[in-house]
Design a protein around this ligand. Structure first.
Ligand code: GLN
Length: 449
């Protein structure tokens, strides 16, 4: 499958053919000797190329890390291996996970398998495309402001951002540490649930890891939604394309018919979500990316002295979007502007938490579009603001650390996939998956990639 379409889709930065064959042989041996090969035995998995894999190049789709081989595996990679999964490759992304289209990769864009003239979304566009194209039934991505859910929506697959702290970030190359979460892409809700059960749960190597296990998600999938209180977030239906909004209303009607209580709910602070996110995330990125200094990792450009070597490495190693974010973040943190920008953005974060708490006081889950539009054409969103608006519906969950996921629900304009987002309170994954499973069971046929 990979060989037949990868040249036109470009989901991968690296295909781990030999290693995959070796790992598969190990699974065969385990089965032959009667050992339990694990819940994901022999299942091919694609990993976003910002997850550390021992001895396998990990680039973040950046020239600055080209060819760098991590000396260790991320916790999620270890857990997948222990469950019998086979890593088939590292997937393309917007450089350092900054973007919504995978156009900002130093190694060229990924194409949407449903229409090669359109983007797959981002930043985990390669992982979403790999699952949509049938290259792997499961992939992992990272979601800082929507980078799992938005590409899942644009590629017509399931994408999950778990509660912050439920999945270990150990070995995930940091973008904005207070937002970053790893999560699965899959063809269906049940596969996503199984994958989250495998990769989640406490890890002492991540100081923000929650000291609990992932609940048994599979058990509730068929419970239905009777009596469930579902809120349609009013602010997240504004400024969204009609074809997407009408799909969300269809889902709301299905909930009502199935005996759920559905109403509109207001979460006013989400209006400032994008602004707050685009101050705090770059601020954290400017600090996290300081480590790429030409000494410790990857490439080095020459310079007359250490200072010049450092700046010419960063200038030639980072792409324009990354440089813009580092500058923006440094500015937001600088003396004199800290209170006005970074401090204020943190206050918005607190307000957003309060508004969500109020909404969850009388709702079990919340519903919204995942992306304001279906997949767009390459080059169509060239100014940063239009691109940043792709994250309108996804960023709020990252600001507060709540879980959220995107479920494919039919098609919209140009016969491209539409995704519906379910949001739940912290550690509300059980109910979130139960709701998602209902949506999946009612979904009209999607487009075929
Ligand atoms: N599109 C958002 C950004 O560019 C989100 C990225 C992400 O979740 N990694 O920052």
């Amino acid at each position: 499958m990979i060989e037949s379409r990868e040249s036109e889709v470009h989901a991968f930065n690296l295909i781990a053919r030999e290693k995959a064959i070796e790992a598969a042989a190990e699974i065969d041996k385990a089965v032959a000797s009667g050992r339990d090969p694990g819940p994901l035995a022999g299942v091919p998995v694609a990993l976003k190329d910002n997850l550390c894999t021992r001895g396998l190049a990990t680039t973040c789709s950046s020239l600055i890390l080209e060819g760098w081989e991590p000396p260790y595996d991320a916790t999620v990679v270890e857990r997948l291996a222990a469950a019998g999964a086979i890593v088939v490759g590292k997937t393309n992304l917007d450089e350092f996970a900054m973007g919504s289209s995978t156009e900002h990769s130093a190694f060229g864009p990924t194409h949407n398998p449903h229409d090669l003239t359109r983007v797959p979304g981002g930043s985990s566009g390669g992982s979403a495309a790999a699952v949509a194209a049938g290259f792997a039934p499961i992939a992992l991505g990272s979601d800082t402001g929507g980078s799992i859910r938005q590409p899942a929506s644009l590629c017509g697959v399931v994408g999950v951002k778990p509660t912050y702290g439920l999945v270990s970030r150990y070995g995930l190359i940091a973008f904005a540490s207070s937002f970053d979460q790893i999560g699965p892409f899959a063809n269906d809700v049940a596969d996503a649930a199984l994958t989250l059960e495998v990769i989640g749960g406490h890890d002492p190597l991540d100081s923000t890891s929650i000291p609990s296990q992932v609940p048994d998600l599979a058990k509730n999938l068929d419970r239905g939604v009777e009596g469930l209180r579902v809120g349609l977030v009013r602010e997240l239906l504004e400024g969204i394309d009609d074809d997407v909004v009408s799909r969300v209303h269809e889902v709301a009607d299905l909930f009502s018919s199935a005996g759920a209580e559905v109403d509109f709910v207001s979460v006013p602070a989400v209006e400032y979500g994008l602004t707050a996110y685009y101050l705090i995330a770059p601020a954290e990125a400017s600090s996290n990316l300081a480590r790429y200094d030409g000494v410790r990792y990857g490439m080095r450009a020459e310079g007359a002295d250490v200072k010049h070597m450092n700046s010419s490495t960063r200038r030639s190693g980072f792409g324009d979007e990354v440089i813009a974010r580092v500058m923006l973040g440094t500015f937001a943190l600088s003396a004199g502007y800290y209170d006005a920008y970074y401090g204020k953005a943190q206050k918005v974060r607190t307000l957003t938490r309060r508004d969500f708490d109020a909404a969850y006081a009388n709702h079990d889950v919340l519903l919204s579009p995942t992306s304001p539009s279906v997949a767009f054409k390459f080059g169509e969103r060239s100014d940063p603001m239009t691109m940043y608006r792709c994250d309108t519906c996804t960023v709020p969950s990252n600001l507060v650390g709540d879980p959220a996921m995107s479920i494919p629900f039919g098609t919209g304009a140009y016969d491209m996939p539409v995704g519906v987002q379910v949001m739940a309170p912290q550690l509300g994954e059980s109910l979130m998956f139960q709701t998602a499973s209902f949506i999946e069971s009612q979904a009209p046929a999607g487009s075929t990639p």
